[in-house]
Each structure stands twice: as C-alpha cells, then as structure tokens.
Design a protein around this ligand. Structure first.
Ligand code: G6P
Length: 370
C-alpha cells in the first residue's frame, strides 16, 4: 500500500496533488484549438439530440452531484438549454417528471452508486436520452447509458473524492463546448474557455504553493465546532463541496451556503467565534461578494476570504480577514482552482484532528445499496 502512495502519507493527499496530471489525462486528445472532440458523443448524432432537448437534467450523489452543480451555470450559458439539478435519491422519492424530450446526465465516479443507477433505470423507462459521465470504464453506469464520456482521472482510492471532482467539472465544460459548438454568438467565449483549459493544469500546480498556508489555517480551526462556506454563481458548488470535504473526513460540522441567502437566516449565526470562508474570486458576482464580506464584518464575523491574486485589499480593505489568494482563470473554470485549497484544508484538518483520512468512519467509497 505504501508503494502505491509513493512519497505521500495518504491516498487523499496523493490524489489532491495528482490533479495537474489527472486533468491533463481528462483532456488528452479531446481539446483542440479548433474545438472539443468527444468520441463518446460522436455516434448516432447524439450531440444533435442533446441540442434539441427541451431540458438537461443533471443527476448524481455526493461529490458527483456537486460537480454537476458546478457545471450548471456554464452549461446553461453555452447551450442555452435549461438545466435541472436532481439528487438521485430525491428524484426517486418524488418520482419527479422526466420526459422523452429531456437529456439526463448521470455523474458518478464509480459508476456503481445504487441511487444513481436506480435513477438511470427510471429515466430510461421515461424515454430520456441518458448520458453517463464516469471514471470507471465498464461500470454499470457506462454500460446502461446510451452514450457518455469517461473522465479518465485514474483510479481514486481515498473515500473522499478529490481528483474525480475536478475532472468531472472539466468533462462537463467539454460537453458544454461540444453541445454549444454550433452557436455563433458564443464563439469568442468558447475560444477563451478552450485556451483556459490548456493552461488549467499549470494553474492547478500553482495552487499547491498554498499547502503550508492551508495547514496553518487548519491548525487555527482545529478546535472549531463548525465551519461555514459561502459561495455563489460558479462557486456555489465550491462552497458545498468544500464543506462536504471538511464534514466527511475532518468530521467537523460544516455547511456550504449560497451567499445570496445569507440574510435570510444564516446571518443569525454570525459572531466572532464561528469561522466563515467566503469565496470571492473575480467573476460577475464579485461586487455582491464584496458586500457580503462587509455585512459579515459589520457583525464581527471571523472571516477567511478566498480571492483572486492581488485582490486582498479589494476584498478586505480593513485587513481584518485571513485571505487566501488563488490564481485567476476563466470564470467558469475557477471552481476547479478554488476547490483545491479547500481539499488541502480538509486534509490537514483531518490529520491534525487525528482522524482516518482515507477511510472516514461510517463512509464507503461506493454506496451500492439503497
Ligand atoms: C459516496 C462517496 C462519495 C461520493 C458518492 C457518490 O458517498 O463516499 O465520495 O461522492 O458516494 O459516488 P459516485 O461513485 O457515484 O461518484
């Protein structure tokens, strides 16, 4: 086992650090200057069917659901098709409507999660086109869906998903680029995203320079009972996923929240003790996040702000927040960068709190029962 871990102490740590490589393999042979080529969607005019769908439905559980949520804004933007999010078990509980005119995307690292597979059976029965996004070639999901895209992130062993998450987002970006490739109005935007994809692995490598800083942050949070993470827009999913990582491995209560909802309840929790991470990297929501930070500071909130490099004084002019500066990339790719400091934080917090990193209590890598 130690041989497989190489120079790392844990699989989760190794898999976090593998991301520049796993993202490269996810994109290999698929991203060209001229556009994106996805072999799995080429046959039988699947792309055309997806373009004609009246709705896209994203279905998954846990981290895979969060990856789909991260993809929602840019998929809507680049395809012009509305996206509905479904937690697999909830879709089944509600027997929510799925139509023949829908395309359902099933996102699953293992391709064996029982709830996701049952939701797949349900969508097939209802006549939707079913697309699988999975890391596991030959998995039940990849066999039962009509078509799909493998994420090619390499085997993931740590129960907490890390490299699969970022590769799932990148696959969804590629799907959005491919589905939207017939739209002239978004051509310049698509080109900018394509060049952003090419630089993404090196930008991810940059983030590892924050490792010591995240370890220090973890040691300052070691005794906290709870941690809130506020995000919005492209980074709402980052808030949910960052909080999920902290919850599942560091066994600390943590909630990811939509910053736009802050004043509708969560604000009541704010005091000088509760640590709050606010994601405020540059995108169309930046000024709204600046005002969220001001509102939290005026309630004496204990803030940790994630911002784009060089923005420390723009997000926290008073200097009273702890600031994490990350490289700025194309706004829709920023979630791939922003989750990494939070993965590192969850990792260090777990080690410092003395919990099992790769096998968190009560959790399984793949939940194959309902
Ligand atoms: C379990 C794992 C999570 C994972 C979820 C979905 O709960 O502990 O890390 O995100 O299942 O798994 P999947 O293989 O479908 O992505």
């Amino acid at each position: 086992e130690q041989i497989k871990k190489g120079s790392y102490d844990h699989f989760m740590q190794k898999e976090i650090h593998e991301q520049p490589h796993s993202l490269t393999t996810t994109m290999r042979g698929r991203v060209k200057d001229s556009g994106v080529l996805l072999g799995g969607l080429k046959e039988k005019e699947y792309l055309k069917t997806i373009r004609r769908s009246r709705r896209l439905v994203f279905i998954g559980c846990g981290t895979s659901y969060n990856a789909a949520l991260a993809a929602r804004p840019f998929v809507e933007e680049l395809t012009g098709i509305p996206v509905t999010m479904e937690v697999a078990s909830d879709l089944l509980d509600r027997q929510g409507p799925i139509y023949r005119e829908d395309t359902a995307f099933f996102v699953s690292q293992s391709g064996e999660t029982a709830d996701t597979l049952l939701a797949l059976d349900y969508a097939l029965e209802n006549g939707a086109l079913c697309v699988g996004i999975t890391n596991t070639v030959g998995s039940t999901l990849s066999r039962r869906t009509h078509c799909g895209v493998h994420i090619n992130a390499g085997c993931e062993i740590g129960v907490a998903s890390t490299k699969a998450y970022t590769s799932q987002i990148v696959v969804m970006v590629m799907v959005a680029l491919a589905v939207g490739s017939d739209q002239i109005s978004t051509q310049v935007r698509r080109q900018a995203i394509i060049s952003g994809l090419s630089n993404l692995p090196s930008n991810v490598s940059e983030v590892f320079k924050l490792d010591t800083e995240m370890k220090e942050l973890a040691s300052s949070l070691i005794d906290s009972e709870s941690l809130l993470v506020f995000g919005r827009g492209y980074n709402y999913a980052t808030a949910l996923e960052g909080a999920l990582k902290v919850k599942e491995v560091a066994l600390m209560h943590s909630e990811g929240m939509l910053a736009g909802e802050m004043k509708h309840g969560p604000l009541a929790l704010v005091d000088e003790n509760l640590p709050i991470i606010v994601i405020a990297t540059r995108d169309a929501c930046f000024s709204k996040q600046q005002s969220v930070i001001q509102q939290l500071l005026s309630r004496k909130g204990r803030l940790i702000v994630m911002c784009s490099k060089g923005d420390a004084s723009a997000v926290c002019p008073s200097g009273s927040c702890r600031v994490i500066e990350v490289p700025e990339v194309a706004d829709c790719l920023q979630p791939v960068i922003n989750i990494i400091p939070l993965q590192l934080l969850a990792y260090h917090l777990t080690v410092l709190r003395g919990f099992d990193v790769d096998q968190p209590r009560n959790l399984a890598k793949s939940v194959t029962t309902q």
